[in-house]
Write a protein that binds this ligand. Structure first.
Ligand SMILES: Cc1cc2nc3c(=O)[nH]c(=O)nc-3n(C[C@H](O)[C@H](O)[C@H](O)COP(=O)(O)O)c2cc1C
Length: 466
């Protein structure tokens, strides 16, 4: 590390040394195990080194009675330099972006913060990761090749405004949506609450959507701009308009409109914020609307040439389910999905349940879907349930409460072929992405798995044998 720092015109001393122009910085660090800690480093600028020379008589020179803001600027610069030198520039950029996101979170209400995050991603302000993923993370999802199994869940980029910026972070795939056929405003604000002490969010956005044509135009522009960053995949999550009397026709409209623009499609019948939506998980209703969507997709892609569509084939179709379903309801969903021709499941959406700690929170009684840490165990349990019921016939994207490699690995072991994050990403920011992937790769290696695919469902299989 000393060598690295010297390259940037600074040298390390033992913590506690106070000689010359020395700034003391505290910086976050991650052990190989993934444990987060904090190290204090002394950074000394050396006038002999070219890079340091411009900083003599500048905010870097802490011995010449600097003002408070000069000291803060010097410390911030020194921290960034030390972080960059010890992590490498890519990790430093991700850590800095997470710090900026945390500051933004403190300064904004949840919806304004969300919008700013999308704007930053759409404007290309997020860091991108040029490093290839560890080979053990490469995997297959319903015939799709993923460089890594980590995805961004639906609801973050509802109108497909920032797919390039989000994929550049290093996600293997990003789900945009939910997109409804017609524009609609969603529920009145306030409609999203942070519960930071619990690592949770409650939302009742209610499918605020710019509508199918607007989102399709964004995705068409994204496709026209060239290959997706890092070869990442795009899922389009479809919703229905609140006032639409015909759910099947709304999903068919979406499947048809986005078949040529997406790598995979998701039928969302599990948002708790559109009246009656979850009833569509019933066997008869679900069979009908999955059949309608499959037919619309097949018609839209009949006879098409993958070469004319960036190498994409007909997009597989997933069904996104609620974590609140009982075992008989889950069995009905699996039967309907299989008989109607669905290709996979997303398990699952937010929960309407309120664990005790959430119920006791000031915002715990807000109506809407709960996501994040309090959902994690329930979501993992539902992944295991659906894995057992599908007997591996439908691949599962596991989502709910994941915020680190341990959580993602638990979902994989329970039966998920890929894993998505939303709330964890909202709290941890961009640095979550490379960190989680590194942790997951380390856990796979620790347990002797050469690839993610080998670990899918091992816990469920074990349970069956016992
Ligand atoms: C603010 C917010 C908005 C969401 N909007 C959608 C949505 O439009 N469509 C959807 O399928 N899921 C939506 N979700 C659910 C997430 O995709 C995910 O299934 C859920 O939050 C559980 O994952 P998490 O605990 O990692 O957040 C939303 C979640 C949040 C927190």
């Amino acid at each position: 590390m000393a060598t690295n720092l010297a390259r940037f015109g600074v040298s390390l001393r033992e913590p506690g040394v106070r000689a010359g122009n020395v700034a003391y910085v505290a910086m976050p660090c991650y052990a190989k195990s993934g444990a987060k800690g904090c190290a204090r480093f002394a950074i000394k600028h050396s006038p002999r080194q070219t890079l340091a020379r411009p900083f003599v008589n500048s905010p870097f020179n802490l011995t010449s009675h600097p003002s408070l803001h000069q000291r803060i600027a010097a410390l911030a610069t020194a921290t960034a330099t030390a972080t960059a030198a010890s992590f490498g520039w890519t990790d430093a950029k991700f850590e800095a972006a997470s710090t900026a996101a945390a500051i933004l979170r403190h300064l904004t209400d949840p919806e304004a913060g969300h919008k700013l995050g999308i704007r930053a991603a759409a404007a290309g302000l997020l860091p991108s990761d040029p490093r290839p993923d560890p080979p053990s993370l490469a995997t297959n999802l319903a015939g799709l090749r993923l460089a890594n199994p980590l995805g961004l869940a639906a609801g973050f980029d509802k109108d497909a405004e920032a797919m390039g910026g989000l994929l550049g972070l290093g996600f293997g795939f990003v789900e945009c949506g939910s997109i409804c056929p017609l524009p609609q405003p969603g529920n009145p604000a306030p409609r999203v609450w942070r519960l930071p002490a619990l690592g949770a969010i409650i939302n009742r956005y209610g499918f605020n959507s710019a509508g199918g044509p607007a989102a399709a135009a964004k995705l068409a522009a994204f496709r026209a701009a060239g290959p997706a960053p890092r070869g990442g995949l795009v899922g389009v999550n479809l919703g229905k308009n609140k006032l639409s009397p015909d759910a099947a026709s709304d999903y068919a409209d979406g499947a048809s409109r986005f078949a040529a623009l997406s790598d995979f499609l998701i039928i969302n019948v599990s948002s708790p914020n559109t009246p009656g939506l979850r009833d569509l998980q019933g066997r008869a209703a679900l069979t009908g609307l999955v059949k309608a969507a499959v037919k619309a997709r097949d018609e839209a892609t009949r006879g098409w040439d993958p070469a004319a569509h960036g190498g994409r084939c007909r997009p597989p179709l997933f069904v996104k389910v609620a974590p609140d379903v009982t075992e008989p309801e889950a069995a009905d969903i699996v039967a309907a999905a299989l008989s109607a021709g669905a290709d996979g499941l997303v398990v699952g959406n937010t929960t309407i349940s309120r664990p005790l700690a959430v119920a006791a929170h000031a915002h715990g009684a807000e109506a809407g879907g709960l996501s994040g840490k309090p959902l994690e165990a329930l979501a993992t349990d539902r992944v295991a349930l659906f894995y057992r019921l599908t007997k591996g016939k439908l691949p599962i994207i596991g989502v709910g409460g994941v915020s680190d490699g341990v959580g993602a690995y638990a979902k994989v072991r329970a039966g998920a072929s890929a894993v998505e994050v939303y709330t964890g990403f909202a709290y941890e920011g961009p640095a979550l992405v490379p960190r989680l992937k590194a942790e997951l790769a380390a856990l796979l290696a620790r347990d002797g798995f050469a690839s993610v695919g080998e670990a899918v469902g091992v816990d469920s299989a074990k349970r069956k044998c016992e």
